[in-house]
Design a protein around this ligand. Structure first.
Ligand code: ADP
Ligand code: MG
Length: 429
């Protein structure tokens, strides 16, 4: 397979949930909508979950203003990116930490280093190597934390429903806790029809180490988090740390919520918050047509159906000495306009020097693909060589459409032949 860490990161984010390893649970292999911390906290706040007071800002002056309005004795500045591990992250300016506490109110000094509006990037163990540009900062009231625990609710395929996961040793090193002291990770399977029972919430609160009146308070927070989980069609609600303060308050200091994409039709307000600024613009554009696009580093565009065929196509290109520039997964139930949109996307990448179409028609009708291809070639005045391998449903008709089109399309008999022809079609430098 391809060894580019960036590609692997993106592939992983599509195919896996980050928390899978941590919980040792089976999480469905999909990429769910992910919101920024401040957006997730707003949803929590609206559901009576305790979070600290906060504002968001996209400039140093706005952040300074927010800090004054908070009238807190201490402020915490948190870079807003769609990745965890910010506390231990590093900015490309050299500054350490995407979470900064400041007592002296010298917010300006911090912000000059932490600058927003995408001027600096933050790299954490969950981002690509080059980091993610920071566009916004959360300015929150800092509270003293006497203890940090970990708490999450997630959909677990092996239990066919939601599961609560918690640990008394929360905070920035939870992955370490999970691997070295798994006995400190507690689970409670939730019956989706019954919801979280009082005894379950209290047991989890006790396992998290909340004592005395804090136990009931934590159980109450757990129940509210579960209500939110159901209400917004979440696949995961993660709070790390769920902390306690010396004043005796249980507070959600961090928030990460993922949402079920299948529920978009009834979660319009949540999905309207989707911040695509951190996504590849081509991926975002592809999603509009129900296409999955993954950008890679080479020069051969791959137009395929199904993730498995995509991987195999990339591998065979690699085997014949080529490098995939991207892959675009058409999925099933294809319409001609999707094929057109797909070609437009593939050719929008200036790195692309050849296109390889590798479609296996099962549900997909090859003739629709062929019509889409010929239309796109004519209207987009395709400038790069095109190699097409079609197989399956209605393939004879598809081959006739392609050969009668008079377009310079190279046909291939099988995947191996297609990959060889695509690699050979790249102009030699
Ligand atoms: P990340 O998980 O991305 O590293 P967190 O929001 O969990 O970011 O912050 C990292 C650490 O910063 C927390 O574990 C906590 O110790 C500290 N922290 C975060 N928010 C606050 C706050 N409001 N007050 C005090 N400390 C905080
Ligand atoms: Mg955290």
């Amino acid at each position: 397979m391809m060894e580019c860490p960036n590609c692997l990161f993106r592939l992983k984010s599509v195919l896996l949930s980050v928390t899978r390893g941590l919980h040792g649970l089976e999480v469905s292999p999909r990429r769910w909508l992910n919101l920024q911390e401040y957006q997730s906290k707003k949803l929590m706040q609206d559901n009576g979950v305790t979070v600290q007071r906060f504002f968001v800002a996209d400039s140093a002056s706005e952040a300074l203003e927010a800090a004054k309005r908070l009238k807190a004795k201490e402020i915490v500045l948190k870079a807003q990116i769609l990745a965890g591990g910010r506390g231990k992250g590093v900015f490309d300016s050299g500054l350490k930490g995407g979470v900064h506490l400041t007592k002296d109110f010298d917010v300006q000094v911090h912000l000059n280093k932490l600058e927003c509006r995408g001027k600096v990037s933050l790299t954490t163990k969950q981002t690509p190597k080059e980091g993610v540009k920071v566009k916004m900062v959360m300015v929150a009231e800092a509270l003293d934390i006497s203890r940090e625990t970990y708490f999450a609710i997630l959909m677990d395929r092996s239990c066919n429903g939601p599961v609560m996961v918690g640990s008394p040793q929360g905070g920035v090193d939870i992955e370490e806790v999970a691997s070295t002291t798994p006995e400190l990770i507690f689970k409670e399977v939730i019956d989706i029809f019954e919801g979280v029972r009082d005894d379950q919430a209290l047991r989890m609160a006790a396992n998290l180490g909340f004592k005395g009146p804090l136990e009931r308070q934590a159980a109450d927070q757990i129940k509210r988090l579960y209500d939110l989980f159901l209400k917004v069609d979440a696949t995961q609600v993660e709070v790390n740390p769920l902390g306690e303060t010396p004043e005796g308050q249980v507070v959600c200091f961090d928030a990460k919520i993922n949402f079920d994409d299948n529920a978009e039709f009834r979660q319009k307000a949540v999905f309207a918050m989707d911040d695509t600024a951190e996504s590849d613009p081509l991926e975002t554009e592809a999603a509009k047509y129900d296409l999955k696009y993954i950008g890679l580093d080479g020069n051969i565009a791959c137009f395929v159906n199904g993730a498995g065929l995509a991987m195999a196509t990339c591998d065979i290109i690699d085997l014949h000495g080529g490098k995939p520039a991207n892959f675009l997964d058409l999925g099933g139930g294809v319409k001609e306009n999707q094929v057109y949109a797909a070609f437009k996307l593939l050719t929008a990448d200036p790195k692309v020097e050849a296109i390889l179409v590798n479609i296996f028609g099962g549900i997909v009708n090859c003739a629709i693909i062929a019509n889409g291809i010929t239309k796109a070639c004519r209207e987009l005045e395709l400038k790069v060589p095109l190699v097409v391998r079609l197989e399956g449903t209605n393939v004879q008709e598809a081959k006739r459409i392609l050969s009668e089109s008079g377009l310079p399309i190279t046909s291939a008999t099988d995947l191996d032949d297609a990959a060889k022809k695509a690699v050979a079609a790249i102009p030699k430098k």
